[in-house]
Structures are given as structure tokens and as C-alpha cells.
Write a protein that binds this ligand. Structure first.
Ligand code: DQA
Length: 153
């Protein structure tokens, strides 16, 4: 079974009450539940991690390189704009990933316009709230299934 990992970065555990005018009304639990439903529909194994700790995220990306994870969806949150360590973990693990943001980071403060990950991501979805995750998941499923059928040819 294809396995997809979803990583939520710092402060995303507070979704629902955290700046709802910026990040929307959805809680992290409701986002994870919608992703789990989508995964079940597509017969995909999904794992999720929320962490406020950079090293924990780095460790999980490293692990994904050797535990059969086919694809990663990540909202790196504030680490988007600061973390060379997360970038290097993706380069080392070579697991393809999509970067997502609930808000449109290009319509906000200048410091949010730079991402340490976008140029090494397969794609970036920003500004669509909960749908950023759901659309990224659909894309990850399609890409994973394509690479599966190539492997089986
Ligand atoms: C965010 C945008 C980041 O700039 C911010 O630090 C976050 C959330 C988003 O989903 O819109 O914590 O990644």
C-alpha cells in the first residue's frame, strides 16, 4: 500500500483559535480527519505528525527516506522561512514533497515571501485554507500511483 506522510509545523496545533482571520476556522483535527477520509477513499496509508520542534521534523523526514514513505505533504509553518536544516533533510531523504500553506504567503509580510523549500518541492499550494492540504493530497496520490505503475511496467 502506498504511504503518504503529512507534516504540520509549529503553532499549527492551535488552528481554529489562532488568528482565524488569517488561517481560517478549521482545526488541525478537522484537517487531519478530512485527509484520512481522502486517504481511505484512495486506499492510501496516511501518517501525520504535528511538531513545534525543528529537530523532530528533521528526524521524521530522515526516517521517511528509509521507511517506504512515497510522498510527503508539509506545511512547514514558520520553519518555511528559517530552516536550512529541514531543506537539507529533504535533500538527504530524496522523498518527493509538496509544500502547503493555509494563507497566501505572497500576500503577507515580506519575510514570509521567501521559502527555503519551494525550489526543491515538486509543487507549492498556498492560500486555499484546508483545501491547500486536500488538493496537495490528491496530487500526491496521482503522482504516487503514476510512479507505482512505472515501477510495475
Ligand atoms: C503558514 C504561513 C507561515 O508564514 C506561518 O508562519 C505559519 C503558517 C500557513 O499555513 O499559512 O505558521 O505556513
Amino acid at each position: 500500500m502506498i504511504k503518504i506522510l503529512v507534516i504540520h509545523g509549529p503553532n499549527l496545533n492551535l488552528l481554529g483559535s489562532r488568528e482565524p482571520e488569517v488561517y481560517g476556522p478549521d482545526t488541525l483535527a478537522s484537517i487531519d480527519q478530512a485527509l484520512a477520509q481522502l486517504a481511505a477513499h484512495h486506499d492510501i496509508k496516511i501518517e501525520t505528525l504535528q511538531s513545534n520542534i525543528e529537530g523532530e521534523i528533521v528526524g521524521r523526514i530522515q526516517q521517511a527516506g528509509s521507511d517506504q514513505t512515497r510522498f510527503i505533504i508539509i506545511n512547514p509553518a514558520a520553519f518555511t522561512h528559517t530552516s536550512v536544516a529541514i531543506r537539507d533533510a529533504f535533500l538527504a531523504s530524496t522523498v518527493p514533497f509538496i509544500e502547503v500553506h493555509l494563507s497566501n504567503i505572497y500576500a503577507r509580510e515580506d519575510f514570509r515571501k521567501h521559502s527555503y523549500l519551494s525550489d526543491i518541492a515538486i509543487g507549492v499550494i498556498s492560500g486555499l485554507g484546508k483545501d491547500s492540504y486536500l488538493l496537495a493530497f490528491e496530487a500526491a496520490v496521482n503522482l504516487s500511483k503514476q510512479s507505482n505503475s512505472k515501477r510495475n511496467q
